[in-house]
Write a protein that binds this ligand. Structure first.
Ligand code: UDP
Ligand code: MG
Length: 138
């Protein structure tokens, strides 16, 4: 069994898309083993997206991620990192396949509804960023 970190971003929460996103995950056979709503500080958002700190979009995306509450989740399934990325679709909704969350709902390349870890190391890191062991259901 593999685990990944998923986030419903501020646009997904404020537009009332949490249920839709979670429903797609559950229907794909993914188990949610931790979930919390948090409102990140700018410092926390910069820490979370530190790998992108040299990118032009860094200031904007970290502002966006602090613009409202988000829902962080630990997802569990076989091959769940890829499964979740497939449900999400490409970063830019223009490039995302039909039927993906981003194609169906994202406003643009920044306000794209969801985050998902991109590999086993980042998944472990990102899960730790939001949850301690006691908060994750076995
Ligand atoms: N992002 C952006 N402009 C870009 C690329 C990314 O605003 O040109 C934002 C977008 O919200 C994206 C996040 O930064 O989801 C992290 O970028 P990454 O390349 O890791 O995309 P993801 O893994 O989320 O598909
Ligand atoms: Mg990424």
């Amino acid at each position: 069994m593999e685990r990944t970190l998923s986030i419903i971003k501020p646009d997904g929460v404020s537009r009332g898309l949490a249920g839709e996103v979670i429903g797609r995950m559950e229907r794909a056979g993914i188990r949610i083993c931790a979930m919390k709503m948090v409102h990140l500080t700018l410092e926390q958002a910069k820490m979370f997206y530190a790998v992108h700190k040299e990118r032009l979009f860094f200031d904007s995306v970290t502002q966006f991620m602090t613009s409202g509450p988000i829902i962080a989740m630990v997802l569990e399934a076989e091959d769940v990192i890829k499964k979740n990325r497939d449900l999400m679709g490409a970063t830019n909704p223009k490039d995302a396949l039909p039927g993906t969350i981003r194609k169906d709902f994202a406003s643009d390349v920044e306000k794209n509804i969801v985050h998902g870890s991109d590999g086993p190391e980042t998944a472990a890191q990102e899960i730790k960023f939001f949850f301690n062991d006691l908060e994750i259901q076995r």
